[in-house]
Design a protein around this ligand. Structure first.
Ligand SMILES: Nc1ncnc2c1ncn2[C@@H]1O[C@H](COP(=O)(O)OP(=O)(O)O)[C@@H](O)[C@H]1O
Ligand SMILES: [Mg+2]
Length: 262
């Protein structure tokens, strides 16, 4: 077996599949350019390392269950002046994750709450943290089912393990007592251990009503807000702006009636 074949075999056996694949091409380039041995090796290993990182990011992103893939770089801050861009940039450094602090994004529909939550989630994945995204309704439903099936502890662990748990659209519908208790268990279990990013269109004052019990609501808020960054987003829906641009809506002041498509 000649040297290059042996090298390829060893690379494959070691699981360095990308390096094995590009070996011939990189060898040829190296011999043509009289590249020093060390540079050739560094080049080959950097290709393997880049491929591995890419695979890691793809897998972690898939496991996070994001509803869409939007980055913070894609967020247009000029459209939403009530968002403090500096605060988002500060959150993007992920010191809140290191501190196991929470991020609460409040505001009406379409202002970019989920976008920012996903953008922060993607940053966390890039830094090697486990992230899990779930809609509040699904979370509550799953916890409720687990309670009935006596698998609550195991289910709870699924939502406690990721360093960052994104709970989207909290309080869209009212929850019953069982759901409120389950949420309390989750927030308590994560308290000072892992971050929650929560989005909601309900202000804190409405949580008692949403959870059907002001005492549980206070207990949840107490833990959630102790170490937290709250962003109150006010403004227009980005979704509707795009519709307005397309002429499907009249401009504000004209009661926002929907125009029939031209
Ligand atoms: N300021 C913005 N810049 C760019 N895209 C935005 C902005 N705000 C919202 N969007 C986009 O509009 C859509 C609705 O935003 P989303 O985050 O789902 O709103 P919310 O969760 O507050 O209802 C998404 O596709 C999102 O990427
Ligand atoms: Mg949303």
């Amino acid at each position: 077996m000649i040297g290059v074949e042996k090298a390829r075999m060893h690379l494959q056996q070691l699981g360095l599949t990308q390096a094995a694949e590009v070996l011939d091409a990189r060898l040829e380039a190296a011999s043509k350019g009289q590249v020093p041995y060390a540079d050739f090796l560094a080049d080959l290993l950097s290709i393997e390392a880049a491929a591995r990182r890419e695979r890691y990011l793809v897998t972690r992103t898939r496991l996070a269950h994001f509803p869409f893939r939007r980055t913070l770089e894609e967020f247009d801050f000029s459209f939403q002046p009530s968002i403090d861009e500096r605060q988002v940039k500060e959150l993007a450094t992920l010191s809140f994750v290191a501190e196991a602090a929470n991020v609460i994004l409040l505001g009406p529909p379409g202002v970019g709450k989920t976008h920012i939550a996903v953008g922060l989630g993607l940053k966390a994945i890039e830094q090697g943290h486990g992230v899990y995204f779930i809609r509040a309704e699904t979370l509550v439903e799953n916890l409720r089912r687990a309670m009935n099936e006596h698998t609550f502890e195991r289910r709870l662990r699924v939502y406690v393990t990721p360093k960052v748990l994104i709970i989207d659209e909290f309080g869209m519908w009212p929850y019953d007592r069982l759901a409120a208790t389950a949420l309390f268990s989750l927030v308590s279990a994560r308290y000072e251990r892992g971050s929650i990013i929560l989005t909601s269109n309900k202000g804190f004052g409405e949580w008692g009503e949403v959870l059907g019990d002001p005492v549980i609501a206070t207990a949840i808020l107490d833990r959630l807000l102790h170490h937290s960054h709250v962003m109150n987003i006010r403004g227009e829906s980005y979704r509707l702006r795009e519709k307005k641009r397309a002429g499907l809506f009249n401009l504000p002041g004209s009661h926002g009636e929907v125009k029939p498509p031209q």
